[in-house]
Design a protein around this ligand. Structure first.
Ligand code: P6P
Length: 341
């Protein structure tokens, strides 16, 4: 019998659970709770222009970055949707300096949730796509007790699920639980995420590169040579590549996943660790990129092998099509071997 074409996120999660006889359904219920928070955030993001929720709160987040009202709204929605489901032992958010404990009157679960509630918020006023990113681990500390910082500081390869949401012309949720990458589009008329992009696979090679070239003078010499290489004319290798940079990571990553190519936020002489956050930006998109057949590196090692030391630590990130990321790595190594670094 032909597979149903009308697959909701909930049904997809449950079907994914059936592939694992040992599954308790707890991760499925966690993901379903997460979807509720995302629907609520989507409602506000898509009407922010009408409701007076744009603009700055006057506060600053833990990184000294001015917080926009939608950031805090999204953070609060994630917390309120996730704190009482009984699936989590601890949470961490870009908007909170410390780990976020589960309120004592709620059941403590076996999972850990790290999230960037609203990434790309500097673009909010310009109505550019922004997003939510999440990363889920199984706890390492004893069951039943409050979660710990160590539960949050796990290397990316231990993730059990990860995803991002793009609040754009439509609201799209892309997630993996380790078995393929699947994209769902929110149908606001029924409030359901409908499977629109089953089993996303990144192209082996693309013809788009995505990086903030304003930082060119501060880059690794090998990266400078790589970008010049992409700008040369060579039809058989689709060069010159096009450059696309939205400045909202989830949008740049989503395009890279669907069209191929490479997205980069490198370290440079001013930011030796790059800008993006390892735990709730780099690791989740690295998990998704690898699950879709791509490569995710910090320029020296596999991103998901990095052992985190701090909750909000930054990391350089290069993700995308295998041929493109491997070509970049060759340029970085060649420049180092030539003593240019
Ligand atoms: P830059 C948005 O503020 C963000 O955190 C990511 O979404 C995005 O990829 C990056 O910063 C853009 O940074 O330095 O190019 O403006």
């Amino acid at each position: 019998m032909a597979r149903s074409r009308f697959m909701t996120l909930e049904r997809h999660i449950i079907e994914g659970e059936r592939m694992h006889p040992e599954a308790t359904g707890e991760l499925s219920r966690l993901l379903s709770d997460l979807a509720i928070a995302i629907k609520i955030i989507s409602l506000e993001v898509n009407k922010a222009g009408i409701v007076d929720i744009l603009g700055l709160t006057g506060d600053e987040n833990v990184h000294g970055e001015s917080v926009r009202k939608l950031d805090m709204y999204a953070h609060d929605m994630m917390f309120k949707a996730m704190d009482h489901g009984g699936h989590l032992c601890i949470m961490a958010s870009e908007e909170e300096e410390d780990i976020i404990h589960i309120p004592t009157d709620f059941e403590i679960g076996r999972y850990v949730l790290l999230f960037d509630p609203l990434d790309g918020s500097s673009n909010i006023d310009a109505n550019v796509s922004i997003g939510t990113i999440f990363s889920i681990y199984r706890r390492q500390s004893p069951d039943g007790l409050p979660g710990t910082l160590e539960d949050c500081l796990q290397p990316g390869y231990k993730q059990v699920a990860a995803g991002y949401v793009v609040y754009g012309s439509s609201t799209m949720l892309v997630y993996t639980a380790g078995h393929g990458v699947h994209g769902f589009t929110l149908d606001p008329s029924i409030g359901e995420f409908i499977l629109s992009h089953p089993d996303i696979r990144i192209p082996q090679k693309g013809k788009i590169y995505s990086v903030n070239e304003g930082n060119y003078k501060y880059w690794h010499p090998g990266l400078k040579q790589y970008i010049k290489f992409l700008q040369e004319e060579d039809a058989p290798s689709s060069r010159p590549y096009s450059t696309r940079y939205i400045g909202s990571m989830v949008a740049d990553v989503h395009r890279t996943l669907l069209y191929g190519g490479i997205f980069m936020y490198p370290a440079d002489s001013r930011s030796p660790k790059g800008k993006l956050r390892l735990m709730y930006e780099c690791n989740p998109v690295a998990f998704i990129t690898e699950a879709a057949g791509g490569i995710a590196t910090d320029g020296n090692m596999r991103l998901m092998d990095k052992v985190p030391e701090h909750l909000h630590e930054r990391s350089p990130i290069f993700i995308g099509s295998p041929d493109d990321v491997n070509t970049l790595l060759r340029f970085l190594r060649r420049a180092e071997e030539a003593g240019l670094v």
